[in-house]
Design a protein around this ligand. Structure first.
Ligand code: ARG
Length: 263
């Protein structure tokens, strides 16, 4: 009897010791990222100067430099995954990526599915025309008279739909939606559409490269660009917000914006 109970005690202690050594599951996304030593970041690399690929297929741009610096300050590697812009929010929701940086602004619809960091940059919106076009726009509403290209699922897509189509100012078939932002410029150059509505930064870049001309720049939205974070991951949000604030205070973000010709 005595021996049996001793054996039980030994077994119990062993079990306890093993339990204490077993790796604990990370309590939240931030811990998971830190223990993996890697943050998986979704983007849509069709948006120079924010996120695009250079000739060697490296992900480059303002957002890419920014997220790598954030990763460095978190002490983790950054792995970029390129996907269609309109699948990015779902990728965060489903845990396919840890966060998204893609020149993305919070909208009511997106806020139902993901959380966002503080704003790291703001920009206006621009209408582009082909180099040989003579279209002029006195106001964004004047765009209703033309065929407009937008990237699918963007705020620009929403703006055209809500302000021009749903108000009856333009027929729905005059909105041309593109999965990749750069495809819209090809169609503009080919004369299949008259205008492209995009963020001011990329618009200026197309103009600088001689691919299209900016015809009107306006502030169409209140919100700026933020990093998308899985819902309820407050520790991760606090860490990202803290680092973004540091980078703003240090003037790092301003310098980076200048480097990429952004305002
Ligand atoms: N700022 C716009 C939005 O939040 C467009 C962003 C498109 N980004 C990209 N990487 N293609 O919807």
């Amino acid at each position: 009897m005595k021996t049996i109970s001793k054996l039980w005690i030994v077994l119990l202690l062993t079990a306890l010791a093993l339990g204490a050594c077993a790796p604990k599951a990370p309590a939240n996304k931030l811990e998971a990222i830190k223990s993996a030593g890697k943050m998986v970041v979704g983007t849509s690399a069709d948006y120079a100067p924010f996120e695009y690929k250079d000739e060697q297929d490296n992900f480059v741009g303002f957002d890419m430099d920014l997220i790598r610096e954030i990763g460095k300050r978190m002490g983790v590697e950054v792995e970029i995954q390129d996907m269609a812009f309109d699948s990015l929010v779902a990728a965060v929701e489903q845990g396919k990526v840890d966060v998204v940086i893609a020149s993305m602004t919070p909208t009511e619809e997106r806020l139902q599915k993901v959380d966002f960091s503080i704003t790291y940059h703001v920009q206006k919106s621009s209408f582009l025309i082909a180099n040989d076009s003579s279209i002029t726009l006195a106001s964004p509403q004047d765009a209703a008279a033309y065929k407009i290209g937008v990237q699918t699922g963007t705020t620009l897509d929403d703006w055209v739909t809500k302000n021009l189509v749903e108000t009856g100012k333009m027929p729905a078939e005059n909105v041309f939606r593109y999965e990749r932002a750069d495809q819209s410029i090809l169609d503009l150059q080919a004369g299949r559409i008259d205008l492209v509505l995009t963020d001011a930064g990329p618009a200026k870049e197309y103009e600088k490269n001689g691919q299209a001309k900016v015809v009107l720049t306006e502030k169409l939205f209140e919100s700026g660009e933020n990093i998308a974070i899985p819902k309820g991951e407050t520790a991760l949000k606090a860490e990202l917000d803290k680092i973004i604030q540091e980078l703003i205070d240090e003037g790092y973000i301003d310098k980076l914006a200048q480097q990429y010709g952004l305002e």
